[in-house]
Design a protein. Structure first.
Length: 278
């Protein structure tokens, strides 16, 4: 029985520094589909020149879940593997994915662990020791929910687990990480506001403190030394800014002023679960 073919989906926005190594790590795929959000740093031009077999499309960024669902619907194959530009499929993980696709495929989706790197060395604790993401799946039985940020795949059934991990270079520079955390916090706050949530002094103060205690102490972040402290600190900043931003949005609404929210994707069929279609 032949192996099930697979499409690798990658979303990019200004990723010239990382996209080449990412693409090389997934060169085994039957199709590579790159969805770009109008990069201005030459990402698309680089890929077209050096990886002519990669299928490229550009589309306005309306959130990670929207981008992934859009790409899933346009992939050539039913089995999908999603990867970010700062992630790498190791040779051992590649072999495990190909073995899995050889069958028997007794699950509709499979999660992958991640080994997270900061300046050349892994950060192994602060909760990252349990970092797993569901990335290999059958598109007829999996879909991302309508959330602007941190949308976990919804799967029609139980999820299997791949043993090998992929590498994740999640902190490139501190400036890049702070900008990313600020952007994600703004989106997270907007999502909570849309969901009707609010916060106050206790929430703005308590959530970041709880985050630090949980990740640096209970999740053993201190064992990673300086890297552990910085990693946890970045996520504490994200948590603080998210709740502070939510408070700002609720105050603007209370005062009757315009509330700046990100543009949402309301495309027909984008959020339908394929296994419940009539």
């Amino acid at each position: 029985m032949p192996r099930a073919p697979v499409t690798v989906i990658i979303h990019t926005l200004d990723e010239t520094a990382f996209i080449e190594d990412c693409l090389r790590s997934v060169s085994w795929a039957d199709e590579i589909y790159l969805l770009d959000s109008f990069s201005t740093d030459g990402t698309v031009e680089l890929v077209r020149e050096r990886f002519p077999a990669v299928r490229i499309e550009q589309r306005e960024y309306l959130g990670a879940a929207s981008a992934k669902n859009y790409a899933i619907d346009r992939a050539a194959h039913d089995w999908i593997f999603v990867i970010d530009a700062d992630e790498r499929v190791t040779p051992k993980l590649r072999d495990e994915i190909l073995r899995t696709l050889n069958g028997p495929l007794d699950k509709w989706a499979y999660s992958v662990g991640r080994l997270n790197f900061m300046f050349g060395k892994p950060v192994r604790y602060s909760g990252l020791q349990r970092d797993r993401v569901t990335r290999l799946f059958h598109r007829g039985h999996a879909r991302y929910p309508n959330k602007r940020v941190h949308a976990d795949l919804v799967v029609d059934g139980t999820t299997g687990r791949l043993t090998q991990k992929m590498d994740h270079y999640y902190i490139r520079t501190f400036d890049h990480m702070i900008a990313k955390m600020t952007r994600y916090a703004n989106w997270g706050a907007a999502q909570m506001f849309i969901d009707g949530k609010s916060t106050n002094l206790l929430g703005i103060l308590g959530h970041p403190i709880a985050k630090f205690v949980r990740d640096f102490i209970l999740n053993l972040g201190f064992l990673d030394g300086t890297r552990g402290l910085i990693s946890v600190g970045m996520h504490v900043y994200y948590t603080f800014w998210k709740y502070a931003k939510l408070w700002e949005l609720t105050q603007l609404k209370r005062m009757g002023k315009p509330v700046p929210l990100p543009k949402l994707d309301e495309g027909e069929g984008r959020w339908e679960l394929p296994w419940v279609k009539g």
